[in-house]
Ligand binder design. Structure first.
Ligand code: SUG
Length: 448
């Protein structure tokens, strides 16, 4: 049976702004308070989805969330009408209003961890929504994420959904940003690779000194258990704490994997040789031949990687077995990175082509091509069971583009977030979106 990797991209929400909310994420911190352009952000994301679809890849779309999250503000004690809640928060606690307005759900690599049916004990595709509990503005995403994923992957015969892990730092879980899967073919059993930043319960593991390690070993292990993965099909590795302290807040900022290939920076992991050997032997047991492409620090520094987002790229398999790397424009403007990429594709290795996309609006908050997509490996039967409303087609691209043009503002600053009218605009836009994507009622304003 045919199988595919389907990339579901997060559609950027109408409140996209630069809130400076993510300590440890260099771009988020350095662009704090700049004015953003939500319309341009959404169109840049849609252009990437359309381009991948046009190249022949399976592409889907994941809906944004209701923002400002008035219910979250009410839980923090703000009261009255929705407009009063927003106005009171703006007056008394602007940072909380900004957090409740974040369009951060666009980075759907953090929405969930997904295990394909070939890896799981019950033969279903398993999803665990990520609790994202390291940052308040992201910790409020998972209830809606779960409803949206439930509406996209509704058939219980094929899809199993798990609620987010307990919302404490010891189970900090950032979803697929720290998870990669190696396989010979998407429909065959593979090896799931979980990368953690620290252990919450075992003090023998080192931890970063400056910035938070968002993913714990215990969270990754819990996800593997929930999904019914075999020990032989799982490899855990620790991220190098010193790169976290240099701004590598997720593993997908320093490594990317696809098929039988891991593309990574020399400084990405601890105990790299042991980890590579384990990946290689476990993949061999399911018939695969592991290959690694290491980028040496002499060619690209960790700082280059963080600024250019070289590793936050999408590594995609082409029909002839070679691979294509989708990188952000920032890779072309970094001389060392661009030179490295010219060499990489010119030497007859597995990565043959690089395609560049302008995702600047998202990049300025630390979200590159890979952050914007959630990968779901599906066989033909499972793909047919996905809600067809969320699969990208030329007409859907046109409707979404027109929808963005109709509803999105082209400039947003902190003052705009305090405008209660913004909530009404967002709700009107999202109500229409759920009809376009055939999601049913998924937002708090639709179900309460
Ligand atoms: O969680 N930025 C996101 C970026 C997530 C990138 N995802 C992956 N690497 N997979 C984060 O730090 C910034 C929001 C702000 O500052 O306005 C933010 O949430």
């Amino acid at each position: 049976m045919k199988s595919y990797e389907v990339n579901f991209d997060g559609l950027v929400g109408p409140t996209h702004n630069y809130g400076g909310l993510s300590y440890g994420n260099v771009a988020s911190q350095s662009n704090s308070q700049q004015s953003s352009n939500p319309k341009e952000a959404a169109l840049q994301g849609l252009a990437k989805m359309k381009a991948l679809m046009d190249m022949g890849f399976q592409q889907g779309v994941l809906a944004p969330q209701e923002r400002p999250d008035v219910a979250a503000l009410r839980r923090l004690g703000f009261a009255g009408t929705d407009a009063q809640v927003i106005q009171q928060a703006a007056k008394e606690a602007m940072p909380l209003l900004v957090a409740s307005c974040s369009a951060s759900s666009m980075w759907v690599a953090n929405a969930a961890t997904v295990s394909p049916s070939a890896d799981t004990a019950d033969g279903r595709v398993h999803f665990t929504a990520a609790n994202l509990n390291c940052k308040y503005h992201r910790s409020i995403e998972h209830p809606t994420t779960s409803r949206v994923l439930g509406a996209m992957f509704a058939n219980p015969q094929h899809f199993a959904h798990h609620a987010a892990l307990p919302a404490v730092a010891q189970f900090g879980d950032e979803g697929a940003a720290n998870h990669t899967r190696f396989c010979r073919a998407y429909g065959e059993a593979g090896v799931e690779f979980f990368v953690f930043g620290r252990s919450a319960f075992d003090t023998r593991y080192p931890a970063p000194q400056k910035y938070p390690a968002r993913q714990t070993l215990e969270a990754s292990q819990a996800v593997a258990r929930l999904h019914g993965l075999r020990e032989e099909g799982v490899v855990y590795a620790q991220q190098n704490p010193s790169v976290i302290d240099q701004g590598v807040f997720h593993n997908d900022v320093i490594a990317v994997g696809n098929g039988e290939v891991l593309f990574y920076h020399e400084d990405a992991f601890l105990e790299t040789d042991k980890m590579l050997a384990e990946l290689s032997s476990k993949l061999a047991k399911v018939g695969g031949k592991f290959q690694s492409v290491c980028v040496p620090r002499s060619a690209v520094t960790v700082d280059d990687a963080v600024r250019s987002y070289l590793f936050n790229s999408q590594l995609l398999s082409r029909p002839d077995g070679s691979m294509l790397l989708i990188v952000p424009e920032e890779c072309r403007s970094n001389e060392r990175v661009w030179q490295y990429l010219q060499g990489l594709t010119g030497t007859g290795g597995v990565i043959r082509e690089v395609k560049v996309f302008d995702l600047k609006q998202s990049m300025q908050n630390g979200g590159g091509p890979a952050c914007l997509r959630l990968r779901v490996a599906l066989n033909e039967t499972e793909l047919a069971a996905v809600n067809p409303g969320v699969i990208m087609t030329a007409p859907l691209y046109d409707s979404l583009t027109q929808w963005v043009e109709r509803h999105y503002r082209d400039r947003m600053t902190e003052n705009d977030l305090a405008d209660p009218q913004l909530l009404l605009e967002c709700r009107a836009a999202l109500d229409e979106l759920t009809q376009i994507l055939k999601l049913g009622a998924v937002y708090p304003f639709q179900i309460n």
